[in-house]
Design a protein around this ligand. Structure first.
Ligand SMILES: [Zn+2]
Length: 255
């Protein structure tokens, strides 16, 4: 059985930015509607982790959001709920209910993150939440103690607020992971770790995802296309993801 693809969005709608990770609400709505009409269905994290051969359909995917911006509750989740879709959102636990001072400032004003009441409200409606680290630090640059602190603290916060299922997975900030970070993520109690395009199918703590950037504006995001355009798009997303090294370097210098 081929593992279902995993799409990764960041911000939907809200303020325009100088970066590339924002996708407009109308583009997002058009993409999700086209996927639903084409017979695509979204998986919960549990359904992704334990695929059931009897109910397995080729057109299923895991929809994920990184960073947990507040605008998701306004522009993305209602669209998904209307289509019977769900999603898993990876939140930065130290920044829940706070502004995005961890990020490069790509927008005129700082952007707010989802707060706990909003997260709990959407969890009650069947949406999943998991860890994106405590402070969105690039784990491959930290020593073992700091990695374990980032991972362990974030996971404990998720479990405390949302229950054990919210402690199953981590999406590595910047998609940055190596064998050491995978090992530490496992020690911290994670069963699943999501990386960037460079992840490997069949390696639970280094799973691949295809990011969707602003230029990926057709009806079917590149990550779900099997044609030539799909491979080109995935390659471009891979290159762009590597560019995120630039962002974290600048952040490091800014501190
Ligand atoms: Zn992120």
């Amino acid at each position: 059985m081929i593992p279902p693809p995993v799409l990764c969005y960041h911000r939907i709608g809200g303020a325009l930015e100088l970066g590339v990770t924002r996708v407009g609400r109308s583009v997002f709505e058009r993409q999700m509607t086209a996927l639903a009409r084409a017979g695509w269905r979204t998986l919960t994290l549990a359904g992704f982790a334990n695929p059931h051969p009897a109910t397995h359909s080729p057109r299923t995917f895991l929809l994920t959001f990184d960073d947990g911006y507040a605008s998701l509750a306004e522009h993305a989740f209602p669209v998904l709920a209307g289509l019977g879709f769900t999603a898993t959102t990876f939140v930065i636990t130290d920044f829940i209910g706070r502004d995005n001072t961890w990020d490069m400032q790509y927008t005129w004003r700082r952007l707010p993150h989802l707060d706990w009441p909003e997260v709990e409200r959407w969890q009650a409606r069947g949406f999943g939440f998991a860890s994106h680290g405590a402070r969105h630090r690039r784990l491959t640059w930290l020593d073992n103690d700091a990695v374990s602190d980032e991972l362990g603290r974030a996971r404990a916060t998720m479990v405390d607020h949302l229950g054990v299922d919210a402690g199953r997975a981590i999406a590595y900030p910047f998609g940055a992971v190596d064998e050491r970070v995978q090992r530490l993520a496992g020690h911290a109690g994670h069963e699943l770790g999501f990386a960037g395009v460079g992840g490997e199918h069949g390696s639970p703590l280094n799973l691949p995802r295809v990011p969707v950037y602003m230029w990926d504006a057709g009806d079917t995001p590149f990550g779900l296309r099997e044609d030539g355009l799909g491979s080109v798009g995935r390659f471009v997303a891979h290159v762009a993801n590597r560019c995120a090294v630039g962002t974290s370097l600048m952040l490091k210098l800014a501190r």
